[in-house]
Design a protein around this ligand. Structure first.
Ligand code: CUA
Length: 156
């Protein structure tokens, strides 16, 4: 039965080495590479968000030919504005925050997928190449009206 002992020790040792390697990789990713929330763009006082630029004027603005800025607020249970309208081929820079509780921001058919944390500004850029409609879904449970919280990106 010596061989069973040997294999057991070998695999225990191997597991230990792998554990240390994986924890090391995690630590390096978190602290060495400065990983933060996706698209974190600053902080804001959520109770003042409605009166703090640029969130005092939510909406879509053309900032350069073919480039748009979409400033949005999320609250229980709506996105403000509900609808983003841009021409096909537009690069859209979303700036969005929550005025109350944790919400989600997922734009169907794109790689935009983030949490909206009160006090944090989220920012992402995406180019909408094809005309069509994308549903914006809140995918973090935010209360009894959670399932009614949605918006639309309309690409014309
Ligand atoms: Cu907002 Cu769920």
């Amino acid at each position: 039965m010596d061989r069973v002992d040997f294999y057991e020790k070998a695999f225990l040792g191997l597991s230990g080495i792998m554990l240390v390697l994986f924890l090391g990789a995690l630590g390096y990713a978190a602290f060495g590479m400065g990983v933060t929330l996706p698209g974190r763009a600053g902080t804001i006082d959520p109770t003042e968000a409605r009166t703090t630029p640029p969130f005092d004027e939510p909406g879509v603005r053309e900032i350069a030919p073919g480039r748009y800025e979409a400033v949005m607020l999320s609250q229980a249970w709506a996105f403000i504005p509900r609808e983003i309208r841009v021409p096909a081929g537009s690069e859209v820079n979303f700036k969005i925050t929550s005025v109350d509780v944790l919400h989600g921001f997922l734009v169907e058919g794109t790689r935009i997928n983030s949490m909206l944390i009160p006090g944090e500004i989220s920012e992402f850029t995406y180019t909408f190449e094809e005309p069509g409609e994308h549903l914006i879904i809140c995918h973090e449970y935010c209360g009894v009206g959670h399932h009614t919280m949605f918006g639309r990106v309309i690409v014309e």
